[in-house]
Every structure is written in structure tokens, then in C-alpha cells.
Unconditional design. Structure first.
Lengths: 111, 111
């Protein structure tokens, strides 16, 4: 069965303190790994798609990387506005266009 | 313009009632979805639908039914509401293998 786990569950950083979020996955025939950001009271917002091991994507202070078993979301010099829940999701060969979502990492960046 | 809009944003209702949540997308996407986010923040697929195919997550009770009057709309109808149905429901849409665009969610509370 396809499965996605994320760690840590919650992370508190000081502004400017870089760190990484982890997404570990088990999926039959990866068709894409997706990162989303979710703010309280809102729907998830698409950030990145990664398709193959070794691939990297960047957007402002965020950088996503992918291996055969996990993905990392690196946050460089975070700001308070980066505070949100970050969700990882995978699309497998058996899932059509649907995703399996992880439980998310709740990030708080303190000024 | 809001890309994926859901109404209502909040819905409080009594056990046993029947209710509907409406969803509209103006992105021209070919597939729409309903996801449920429970109290632990897990997002789980309920339905995916395009003009040709409705895919139902087998764990979804048959009290839940999607209704699509046209490509831009996918409404969620729920019969005989139960306390356990309380959650946030998200509508989303996508085109091909791209990431989803989510609505802002409907918080359903069954009392």
C-alpha cells in the first residue's frame, strides 16, 4: 500500500535559522512527488513537483530534492511569513491522477 | 478571480440532515476532486471526476455522492449526516498530471 510519512510533526525556527523537512514515501511506480503549503483556514497551495531521483526545484527560500525513498524541503534563512503546514503528496502508478498525502509538518518561524 | 471556489465556507447542521457543498472552477481543468481533511489534518481522497469517469474511494460511505452538472462544477451531496462527518472538505481541480489547485475549504460541523 502506498504510504507517505513526514517528519518532524512540528518545527519551530528562529528567523534566519535554516532547516529541512523530510518526506518518506513508499509507492508503486512513482509518477510524481508534490509539495504543498497550507495556511490556517485555507486550502493547500501547490509548490513543487519532482519526478525522478536527483531532481531539484527551487522557489525563493525553498528547495525541494528527491531520492528514491524520500524528499527534503530545505528552507534557507526562513522568515515569519514562511510559517505554515507543509504537505508532501505522491502520485503512484495505481492512483491515476490522485494523490496520497502525508500528515504534514507544521512550521513556525519566530521573529 | 477565484480559481476554485467552494460554498459555504462554514456549515453547521444537525445529525440526520442532508446537505450539499458546491464547488466551481474557472481554470478550464478537466478533472475535479473532493478531499476530506480530518482533525489530524490528513487529506484523503473521496472522489475524482472528469467527463468520462467517476472514481470513488471505496472507504467513502454511500451517503456521500458527487454531482457534476458540467465540467466546471462538482458538488458534494451528503445524506443522513453523522457526527463523524465533521471535517473540512476541500474541492480541487487539475489538468493532466499537474499539481492540484484547491479551494479554500468548507468546515462542516455536525451537532
Amino acid at each position: 500500500e502506498d504510504q507517505v510519512t513526514q517528519s518532524p510533526e512540528a518545527l519551530r525556527l528562529q528567523e534566519g535559522e535554516s532547516s529541512s523537512l523530510n518526506c518518506s514515501y513508499t509507492v508503486s511506480g512513482l509518477r510524481g512527488l508534490f509539495w504543498y503549503r497550507q495556511d490556517p483556514g485555507k486550502g493547500p497551495e501547490f509548490l513543487f513537483t519532482l519526478y525522478s531521483a536527483g531532481e531539484e526545484k527551487e522557489k525563493e527560500r525553498l528547495k525541494a530534492t528527491l531520492t528514491k525513498k524520500e524528499s527534503f524541503l530545505h528552507i534557507t534563512a526562513p522568515k515569519p511569513e514562511d510559517s505554515a503546514t507543509y504537505l508532501c503528496a505522491v502520485r503512484g502508478a495505481n492512483y491515476g491522477q490522485n494523490f496520497v498525502f502525508g500528515p504534514g509538518t507544521r512550521l513556525s518561524v519566530l521573529p | 478571480d477565484t480559481a476554485v471556489s467552494q460554498t459555504p465556507k462554514y456549515l453547521v447542521t444537525q445529525m440526520g440532515n442532508d446537505k450539499s457543498i458546491k464547488c466551481e472552477q474557472n481554470l478550464g481543468h478537466d478533472t475535479m476532486y473532493w478531499y476530506k481533511q480530518d482533525s489530524k489534518k490528513f487529506l484523503k481522497i473521496m472522489f475524482s471526476y472528469n467527463n468520462k469517469e467517476l472514481i470513488i474511494n471505496e472507504t467513502v460511505p454511500n451517503r456521500f455522492s458527487p454531482k457534476s452538472p458540467d465540467k466546471a462544477h462538482l458538488n458534494l451531496h451528503i445524506n443522513s449526516l453523522e457526527l463523524g462527518d465533521s471535517a473540512v472538505y476541500f474541492c480541487a481541480s487539475s489538468h493532466g498530471q499537474e499539481g492540484y489547485t484547491f479551494g479554500s475549504g468548507t468546515r462542516l460541523t455536525v451537532v
